[in-house]
Every structure is written in structure tokens, then in C-alpha cells.
Design a protein around this ligand. Structure first.
Ligand SMILES: [Zn+2]
Ligand SMILES: [Zn+2]
Length: 419
């Protein structure tokens, strides 16, 4: 079995891998890099592609997939609501960055005609291989892919989380045996996450404190996954003050309500959707910014979207707060806010008087879970660590070699490895 590493090697973004399935390749994710600039995975000729798997609806995993549908197309596999959410985020990407995209809206539409919905644990034939998707515990519809091809068995984790969150059940731990190879994410290779229960309690207590003091809490959060997770946390704790939800988070929420089986507890989620004030237009936005309550709004790193408007209105007052809940790329406005308590807008750094705090609501496994997964593997399993910031993939590979005696490496983009 040949594996081609087309992106997400010693970096987070543009996830893309290809696995030989007889004469052609099965492509596992084909994302974009959206952190500092827009970047794409390495090219693979469409005529060499048998089919494509989308592990979940985040841009760094799906943003380049329509490229394969410019001329014709191949089957596109995934677990719903992955396709529905993918359509939403790619449309948004085209609106914001269409100038950089190597495909058009029409190609997205063609792609959506080639979708083949799978259920978790359902196996299908792809070329001479078989493909099975199992729960990844990352966002609704997220999957890990198991491929049996050319006498070898490979698992690709995509983004995964073994701990349950409010939104989804944790990844099933029973899939890491009898593998010849694993491609595993290493986003948090060097960082443990706090215990979930304590974190949720602390978040709700601090939000309540600010709101009862007459303040507004801005929670910048990515539209698909994190926004709905936080709303569900507030709903689970029966938070009684106004909660405004803005931007793409709303569309994503409407879509998720149509796929209750993709959620851990659809009744908590339904209650959450009912407690939310859905922001519609600028009048609503201005009202939300003046209300003692919570505003959940994209973008998670304060790089654009309605959260920039809210920052301008919330940041200057002491009684308000900005609670950061997403991963902040170095150099992003969100990271600068956390490090220097300044908000950069139109190239100027403005002081922030509102309280600023970070809450680690990750939907990726932390160091402990990644190490646990690696220690679950049989010693024959070859390990490829991807989807991690510089240094992180290598560190985790070193740990796996030294502590577990595994053949582990952090591949480079462009590597072709035979297992
Ligand atoms: Zn993801
Ligand atoms: Zn990712």
C-alpha cells in the first residue's frame, strides 16, 4: 500500500493524503490552509483518483475538494451532516476568498451531486479496497477512515477526540488494533486539556458573574462546531440570561437540527437552539452589543465576521468581557488580544478594558489522549503523525519511538511511503 502525503505535514491546514487502492488512489480529505495565507495541497491528477473521503466539515479538510469536480467527478464519501455543512462553509469561503480559489461555485454544485452518504461502521468497496468510517468524536458527522487495501489495513484519524463533548460522543476507542499503519493528528501533542466538567462550570460561573454585573460577554467562536458546543454548555447549565448567536453559527445550527442522530443529546441541543436569540441584521447586532448577556459570533480568531463589530463595541468597557474559546494561531488578532490585551483593527492596536480570558474547549484530543492512542497500537503499526504545529509532530513521533518502541515519523509534504 502506497501513501502519498499531500499536505498537513508538520503544519495545521490543507489536510490531504492519498492511499493506493489497486490502480488508482483514494483521497482522504483535500483541504485548504487558511491561517496566514490561502494555500492548497499538492496536486494529484484527477484521472488517478478512484474516490474521495471527507472526514469532517472543516475548511482545512474539505476546502479544496471541488477541484476534482471541474471536469467530471468521482464518488465522494462521508457521514452526514458532513456534506450539508461542507456546502455551507465552502460557499462562505468562496464569498470571502473566492479570488484565491482554484474552482468556482459551479464545481461545488457538481461535487454535491457525487456525494455518497455512509453510516458509521458501514463498509463499502472502493477500487480493490474496502472503506469503513467510524466516529471521530470531533464535530457532528466527523469520521475516522479505515482502509483495507493490498493486504494492509490503515486508519486515518482525521481530527479526533476520545472525550465526549456536549455536542458529540467521544471517538470509539476500539479501532486501534490490528493496524499496519495509522495516520494520526498531533494538534495538541504537547498540551493537556483541562477536565471538561470543571472547565464548563468555570465558564458558566464567569459568564454569569459578568452578565449579572450588567456586562456583555463576547465569545468569538468558529461557526461550525464550537459555537453550538458553547450554546449547549449554557443550555445544559440552564443559563437564564440572553444569549445571542450570530453569523454562520445559525445556519449550521439549523442544519444540525435536521440530523439529531449525529448529536450526543439532541434534546439538549434543541433546548439550546430555542434559548438563542438569532441575530438578524445590524439593528439586532447593535441591540446585542448593548445587552447584559452573551454573544457567540464568528470569527473564532477575531479575523473578520461580526465579532469585529462586537469587539469595537464591547472591548472598551470594564464591565464587559471577551472569552476566547478557540485555538489562536500566532499573530492572529485573537492571539494578540490574549498576549497583549490589545485589539488590532485597521492596522492599529487599541487598548482593551474588558476582561479577557481563555477557556480551552478543544474538540481535539490532548497530549494524554494522543499518547493513550499510540500505546493502544500493536507494535507492528507504522505511525505517521500529521496536522500539528512545527515541532509538535516530531516530538510526538519521538515519544512514540522511545516510549512505545513504534516505528513513528512526522512525514514531509510530498513524501510517498510504501507500507
Ligand atoms: Zn476539524
Ligand atoms: Zn483539522
Amino acid at each position: 500500500m502506497k501513501i502519498r502525503f499531500l499536505g498537513a505535514c508538520q503544519e495545521v491546514g490543507r489536510s490531504a493524503f492519498a492511499v493506493s487502492v489497486g490502480g488508482k488512489y483514494l483521497v482522504l480529505d483535500y483541504g485548504v490552509m487558511v491561517n496566514h495565507h490561502v494555500g492548497f495541497p499538492m496536486h494529484i491528477p484527477p484521472k488517478e483518483v478512484e474516490a474521495i473521503v471527507l472526514t469532517h466539515a472543516h475548511l482545512d479538510h474539505v476546502g479544496s475538494a471541488p477541484i476534482f469536480y471541474i471536469h467530471g467527478g468521482v464518488p465522494l464519501y462521508g457521514v452526514q451532516p458532513t456534506f450539508t455543512l461542507t456546502s455551507l462553509i465552502i460557499k462562505d469561503f468562496l464569498k470571502l476568498s473566492g479570488y484565491y480559489a482554484p474552482y468556482e461555485f459551479m464545481d461545488l454544485q457538481t461535487m454535491l451531486k457525487h456525494t455518497r452518504e455512509l453510516q458509521y461502521h458501514q463498509s463499502i468497496d472502493v477500487g480493490d479496497a474496502s472503506l469503513t468510517l467510524v466516529n471521530a468524536g470531533h464535530i457532528p458527522g466527523s469520521a475516522q477512515a479505515i482502509i483495507n487495501s493490498e493486504g494492509k489495513r490503515l486508519l486515518y484519524t482525521g481530527d479526533f477526540n476520545r472525550q465526549p463533548t456536549r455536542l458529540v460522543d467521544g471517538a470509539d476507542p476500539g479501532n486501534y488494533k490490528d493496524l499496519d499503519a495509522i495516520i494520526i493528528e498531533g494538534t495538541y501533542a504537547t498540551e493537556d486539556h483541562p477536565v471538561r466538567d470543571g472547565l464548563e462550570k468555570e465558564f458558566v460561573e464567569k459568564v454569569t458573574e459578568v452578565v449579572e454585573g450588567g456586562g456583555t460577554v463576547l465569545v468569538p467562536a468558529f461557526g461550525v462546531g464550537r459555537s453550538q458546543e458553547l450554546l449547549s454548555v449554557l443550555s445544559a447549565y440552564h443559563f437564564e440570561h440572553p444569549v445571542f448567536v450570530d453569523g454562520m453559527a445559525l445556519d449550521a445550527m439549523e442544519m444540525l437540527l435536521k440530523y439529531p442522530s449525529s448529536l450526543r443529546d439532541s434534546s439538549v441541543f434543541e433546548r439550546a437552539s430555542k434559548m438563542a436569540h438569532w441575530v438578524d441584521g445590524w439593528n439586532d447586532r447593535r441591540r446585542a452589543a448593548k445587552t447584559a448577556g452573551v454573544i457567540i459570533s464568528p470569527a473564532g480568531m477575531l479575523k473578520g465576521g461580526a465579532s469585529v463589530f462586537y469587539m469595537e463595541n464591547v472591548a472598551a468597557k470594564k464591565q464587559n468581557a471577551v472569552f476566547m474559546v478557540s485555538f489562536q494561531v500566532p499573530g492572529s488578532p485573537g492571539r494578540i488580544l490574549l498576549e497583549r490585551k490589545k485589539f488590532v483593527i485597521h492596522g492599529k492596536a487599541r487598548p482593551v478594558d474588558a476582561r479577557v480570558e481563555r477557556f480551552d474547549f478543544s474538540s481535539h484530543g490532548g497530549r494524554r489522549e494522543l499518547e493513550l492512542t499510540l500505546s493502544d497500537l500493536d507494535k507492528k503499526t507504522k505511525v505517521f503523525i500529521v496536522h500539528g504545529a512545527e515541532g509538535n509532530c516530531k516530538k510526538l513521533a519521538e515519544w512514540a519511538s522511545k516510549e512505545q518502541g513504534l516505528d513513528a515519523k512526522a512525514p514531509k509534504t510530498g513524501d510517498i511511503i510504501e507500507i
